[in-house]
Structure formats: C-alpha cells, structure tokens
Design a protein around this ligand. Structure first.
Ligand code: COA
Length: 341
C-alpha cells in the first residue's frame, strides 16, 4: 500500500523525497534523449555506409569479372577468394538493415503513411511475429465457426455477406501485417503476401455476387471450402509457431539440447504431416475453379462473378501449388548443402 503522510512534517519529508526523485527522473530522461540522438546518428551512419558498401561491391564485382576474363591463371585463385567472400555480404547487409529505419514501401506508405515500422530489437520482432500468428489463429477459429454456421445452420444472403466482409477485412489486415514483418526482416515469400491480395479480391467478388440460382448452386461448395481451408490454417498455425519458437531457441541457446539437426528433423516431420492437407486445399481450389468454369457454360449464367471467381481460384491453385513445391524443393536442397558443410 502507498504511504500517505498525516502531519505537515511528514508532508515536507515526502515532498523532499519527491523532489529528489523528480531530479532523478529529469536526469534519466535527459540521458535517454541524448542516447536516442546518438542512436539516430548511428543509424544514419550505418545506413549510409551500407549503401556505399553495396555500390562499391557491385562496381568491384564487375571489375573482378573483367579481370578474370582477361587475366592469367595465377590471379584466378585470388579473384575467386574475393568473390567467395563477397557472396555472403548481401545476407549480412539484409540482417543489418532489418534493424535500421528505412522508407516504407508503396503499400505501407499508402496505408500507414510514412511512419517508421522497424522494431529495434529481436525480442520485439519475435513478439510481433508471435502476435501475428496468434491473430491468425483467433480469426481462423472465428471463421471456422462462421462458415460452419452458414453451411449448416443459417442460410441467409445477409449472413453470407457478413462472412465475406469479415474475410475481406481479415485478408487486408494480413497484407498490412505481412508488409510490416517483411520490413522487419521476415523472409516471407512474395507469393504468400500476394496470395492474400488475391484472396481479398475473391472475397470482395463473392460479397457482390447477387442472390440467385447460380449463387445457391455454388454456395455450399464455397462454404465447405472455407471450412476446409480454415481447418488447414489451424494445422499450419501449429507448424509455423513451432518453427518460430524452435528457431528462437536456436538463436538464443548455444547448448546441445536444441541443434540445427534437431530443428530440421522436427521441421520435416511437421511438413510431412502438413503437406497432404495443403495439397488437398490446393486441389479444392482447382475443383472450385473448374466447377465455376462449368457453371459459366449454363444458359442461365449471367453474373460476371462466376468468371471472375473461376479465374481467381485457378490463379490461387497455380500460385499456391507451385510455390509450395518450390519451398519444399528449396528446403530439400538446403538440407543437402548443410549436410555437405
Ligand atoms: N503465410 C505467411 N507466412 C509464411 C507462409 C504463409 N503461407 N509460409 C511461410 N511463411 C513465413 C515463415 O513464417 C517464415 O517467416 P520468418 O522469416 O519471419 O521466420 C518465412 O515465411 C520463411 O518460411 P519458409 O521456411 O520458406 O517456410 P515454412 O517452413 O515456414 O512453411 C509451408 C512452409 C509450405 C508450410 C508454408 O509456406 C505453407 O503453409 N504454405 C502453404 C500455404 C497455402 O498454400 N495456403 C492456402 C491453401 S491451404
């Protein structure tokens, strides 16, 4: 409980203590502002040096390539040595830049304006990513319940519209959060972000699809697809957050209880379990695209939404399927390289 003075003597004593505390606060804050200025100067210096280094390295690598073509074999090993050292630099600069303020990209500038979204330490970056995964989990559960209700309990166009509106908002939010994550050094592939723009578009088109025979024809399949996708998203959450926590532990602890090999074997077990469900989702997207394409041939088909949704589902299928294959292939190759090292 806080001490509350009763007599004037106690009040004066308390005031004196408060004054001392106040001086201390002022001093600490002055120091804090001074450090902030120092940090900001260091940030500028780092950013300028990195851009200068990048430019010079580019010029040097062009010159070295010319020398390599012209020169004899005695200089070849020196040139190759320098080129080998230079290969690792872009990754190092990428890591460094993840902790330095930079101008937002076009999308973030349009949505948020020119506000700095760079988080300055690893802990806040981890917390932001963790929150992003938890946000996805909460919305997944909500959407799972919503799509189940629309499919099996309530059949009103207005409720469907609400469901699609929630999807539009959710996917828009994901694109913003993912752009912030990328600015903070996340290696999310461009397609996964673009996929959310496409999904926003798809939900927007579904929102405008008027009630009618064709809408009813596709409705159940669309809601079943939503149920399935959200179920897969649920599984994906456990895999992604598992990766996040294990990678963080790997970065923090250098003991033998969690090794790179241990992480890789956990990751492959997770992926092997997840992949059949993911491919199931991709083929569901293909099936939706084909169903809508067939509906387009019907004489009563007048709505433009049928063609739009069909094309969008096919784009989603191709992008998701080939990117997932690419990711697995890349992981497989990297694993082989790690073994060789
Ligand atoms: N959405 C958002 N972020 C993703 C992502 C996705 N689908 N896939 C990967 N990432 C992120 C990772 O969290 C990681 O972020 P970090 O650099 O901040 O740590 C980064 O991208 C690199 O991840 P990567 O190592 O390439 O992949 P992974 O092992 O984390 O996940 C898959 C691989 C295949 C499981 C994942 O990409 C995936 O689930 N893809 C399929 C999505 C899909 O098709 N959905 C729709 C149909 S069901």
């Amino acid at each position: 409980m806080l001490f509350s003075p009763n007599s004037l003597g106690e009040c004066l004593q308390e005031w004196e203590d408060l004054e001392k505390d106040y001086q201390q606060i002022q001093e600490t804050h002055r120091l804090y502002k001074q450090k902030l200025e120092e940090v900001s100067k260091l940030q500028d210096a780092c950013s300028t040096s990195i851009s200068r280094q990048k430019k010079k390295l580019k010029e040097l690598s062009e010159s070295l390539e010319e020398c390599r073509q012209k020169g004899g074999s005695e200089n070849l090993t020196t040139i190759e040595g320098i080129q080998e050292c230079m290969k690792g630099r872009p990754n190092v600069f990428f890591e460094m830049e993840a902790f330095l303020p930079k101008k937002n990209g076009l999308y973030l500038s349009l949505v948020l304006g020119n506000v700095n979204v760079i988080l300055l330490n690893k802990l806040s970056k981890f917390a932001y990513k963790d929150e992003y995964e938890k946000f996805k989990l909460c919305l997944t559960v909500l959407l799972l319940i919503f799509s189940f209700t629309c499919r099996f309990v309530l059949s009103y166009r207005a409720v469907d519209a609400l469901f699609n509106f929630l999807l539009v908002w959710y996917y828009c939010t994901l694109t913003i959060r993912e752009s912030v994550l990328i600015s903070n050094g996340s290696k999310i592939k461009g397609w996964w972000v673009f996929q959310h723009y496409v999904a926003t578009f798809l939900s927007g088109v579904m929102l405008t699809w008027p009630e009618g025979e064709l809408y009813q024809m596709f409705r159940s399949q669309y809601l079943e697809y939503s149920l399935y996708i959200n179920f897969v998203q649920f599984l994906q959450y456990y895999y992604q957050s598992g990766c996040l926590y294990r990678l963080r532990a790997l970065g923090e602890r250098h003991t033998m209880d969690l090794t790179v090999e241990g992480f890789q074997s956990w990751m492959w077990r997770g992926l092997t379990f997840l992949l059949p469900f993911l491919f199931g989702g991709h083929f569901f997207q293909l099936y939706n695209g084909v169903t809508l394409f067939r509906m387009m041939q019907l004489p009563e088909c007048k709505e433009w939404q049928v063609l739009m949704c069909s094309a969008t589902f096919l784009v989603l299928f191709m992008g998701n399927f080939f990117t997932t294959l690419g990711v697995v292939y890349q992981k497989y190759m990297n694993q082989d390289k790690a073994k060789d090292v």
